[in-house]
Design a protein around this ligand. Structure first.
Ligand SMILES: Nc1nc2[nH]cnc2c(=O)[nH]1
Length: 128
């Protein structure tokens, strides 16, 4: 759940299998719920309470949402004990991008930079 000033503003639980969505971890569902309810993509000042320590995907969403603090029950090593990959993915991120089980390989940087620079120069750009 996500709490702001003592009030629950978002709730979520794992919906990966139910919705056939690999991103539907409990934390992601809660972040989406809170953002929808408050009508904002930022969750500044909010605290997330979760049974399990967030995986890297969820932690990324937590950072992007600017959540202030996370409280969790069991850790990623505990989750690994029942077959979840959270800890494995953290270990993967500690390796160079090219050496991971799923390598990230730079491609067409100059062309991609043109798109990035055009976006940066767009006066209608909204920062988040
Ligand atoms: N913290 C957390 N870890 C997971 N690993 C797989 N699914 C989940 C989830 O919903 N939450």
């Amino acid at each position: 759940m996500i709490v702001l000033g003592g009030e629950i503003i978002g709730e979520g639980w794992n919906r990966v299998i139910a919705t056939r969505d690999p991103t539907a971890h409990g934390e992601m569902v809660a972040v989406r719920d809170a953002c929808r309810r408050i009508g904002n993509n930022g969750l500044q000042g909010c605290v997330l309470y979760t049974s399990g320590q967030p995986c890297p995907m969820c932690l990324g969403a937590i950072y992007w949402a600017r959540i202030e603090r996370v409280f969790y029950g069991f850790g990623t090593r505990d989750a690994a004990g029942i077959g979840f990959d959270d800890h494995f993915i953290y270990e993967q991120l500690a390796r160079p991008a090219e050496q991971r089980a799923i390598p990230e390989i730079p491609l067409l940087r100059a062309e991609a930079l043109e798109i990035l620079e055009a976006f940066a120069a767009d006066p209608g750009r909204v920062r988040y």
